[in-house]
Design a protein around this ligand. Structure first.
Ligand code: ACO
Length: 430
């Protein structure tokens, strides 16, 4: 008997089956051999919310949730956050290797020269209501790019794919900044090619009448680090949406819009906005114990706590906490941080949170930093979507070039009625 197999006995029939085990996994399709008779469809697995199902093989991002490890293409997140720029990490995620000096120069040049939006896209954005949520504007405008770049449909051509990737990485910050300017009623600011990726984004957000906007270098670097931390996170909800929509061979603008839509949910990228609301609701340190009791009684969740895969700590949260210190040295002390630190301390000592392995996730501190830097809470999820765009695109490309992937199409367990007699309207009662 080969060692890398598992033998299961079907007690319904008494028959045994030996199934191969590869990478600690059995193929769900192998279960279909397990039947009670020739008319039987075969055994399926039932896994709502994909709690224990691998949907792909991937070489992009590695997470060990129990040990609190996160690596992009084999490099620990801590090392990348310390030594790289966001665009360098974006290159790594997409191409699998860190760029050399010449490659990075070309890459930065290419992304920088794709930051302009077509004027019709600008006009499209102007059509939103003045109080439109920036995330809704981002999702819709990214989808609308599909109409601007019809060549994007040619998803099987690597060169066309790369062009759309550069366009998306260049344009998403511009769309994000325009959506913010729209919300606050300021004129849109065009990109400035002299600036780095994050400096230019800050320029498009905050430039007023000065001839040139120069971001504070500490804040620009902090944002760059936050972008690195958010660049990819393997098969999360939005990445799964990207892969699922992309598997139908929709173009990358539409698939990215679908991924961004998934990210907007409060249980996913929307959590950082919720953390700020929660800290406002708590108001002061004295109210924390009561608030925690309320959560433990099942009235709501501690936003920014808990994670589907990290059951020890979220390594991104540790780096963010350090980044927060450098930001607050520039922006001054922050009362919300004091409440957050105390909330974290109390929660980490509480049996409820210990038992359920609930630790602060990436969103717990990111919102506080963003607010101190001058971002409105409505922008927080947008600030997540900008850097995650590269993760979605790297995963999309990996999916398209994986010969095992097909259109994503789960099965269901039917729990509804068997065939029923049709009831005419006059017999349906009142
Ligand atoms: N506060 C209080 N209790 C919680 C929390 C929380 N934040 N998170 C989970 N729990 C409890 C649940 O009530 C459940 O308790 P029970 O066993 O008594 O019923 C237990 O912990 C397990 O929770 P699940 O919902 O099964 O865990 P799951 O892995 O499905 O959920 C999630 C993960 C969605 C992140 C959850 O922890 C949550 O809602 N957190 C708050 C929202 C948040 O911060 N989201 C950001 C995630 S990070 C990201 O997307 C970038």
């Amino acid at each position: 008997m080969p060692q890398d197999t598992i033998t299961v006995t079907d007690n319904r029939t008494g028959q045994s089956y030996t199934l191969p085990v590869e990478n600690g996994t059995i193929r769900a399709m192998d279960m279909r051999k397990i039947k009670t008779g020739p008319g039987d469809f075969g055994l399926m697995t039932y896994d709502p919310a994909f709690m224990n199902t691998a949907s792909c093989k991937s070489a992009i991002t590695f997470i060990d949730g129990d040990k609190g490890i996160l690596r992009y293409r084999g490099y620990p997140i801590e090392v990348l956050a310390e030594n790289c720029t966001y665009l360098e990490v974006a290159y790594l995620l997409l191409f699998g290797e860190l760029p050399n000096e010449a490659q990075l120069k070309d890459w930065v040049h290419d992304i920088t020269h794709h930051t302009m939006l077509h004027e019709t896209t600008k006009k499209f954005m102007e059509g939103f209501r003045d109080n439109a949520h920036p995330m809704a504007m981002l999702v819709s405008t990214v989808a609308a790019l599909s109409a601007v770049y019809p060549d994007a449909k040619n998803i099987h051509d690597p060169e066309t794919r790369l062009l759309q990737i550069k366009r998306l990485l260049g344009k998403v910050p511009s769309i994000a900044a325009f959506s913010y300017r729209h919300l606050v009623g300021f004129p849109y600011i065009y990109p400035d090619n002299d600036l780095t990726y994050t400096e230019n984004f800050m320029n498009m957000l905050w430039k007023m009448v000065e001839p040139k906007y120069l971001a504070h270098p500490v804040l620009a670097r902090a944002l760059d680090i936050l972008f690195i931390l958010h660049a990819d996170h393997e098969q999360n909800c939005s990445t799964n949406a990207m892969r699922a929509v992309g598997s139908a061979q929709a173009d990358p603008y539409l698939a990215t819009a679908a991924a961004a839509a998934a990210l907007s949910g409060p249980l996913h990228g929307g959590a950082n906005e919720e953390v700020l609301r929660m800290l406002d609701e708590i108001g002061s340190k004295e109210n924390i114990p009561d608030y925690i009791e309320k959560i433990k009684a099942g009235k709501g969740r501690l936003m920014g706590f808990g994670h589907r895969v990290y059951k020890n700590f979220d390594p991104r949260a540790t780096i963010i906490k350090r980044t927060a210190e450098s930001v607050f040295e520039v922006t001054g002390p922050n009362e919300k941080l004091d409440i957050a630190l105390e909330l974290e301390r109390i929660a980490l000592e509480d049996e409820y949170f210990i038992q359920r392995k609930l630790y602060p996730n990436v969103d717990f501190y990111s919102g506080i930093i963003y607010q101190a830097m001058g971002f409105k809470p409505e922008m927080f999820t947008v600030l997540f979507a900008i850097p995650r765009t590269v993760g979605w695109l790297a995963q999309w490309q990996e999916m398209l070039t994986d010969p095992e992937q097909k259109i994503a199409r789960p099965r269901q367990i039917w729990i509804g009625n068997d065939t029923r007699e049709f009831v005419p309207m006059d017999k349906r009662g009142k």
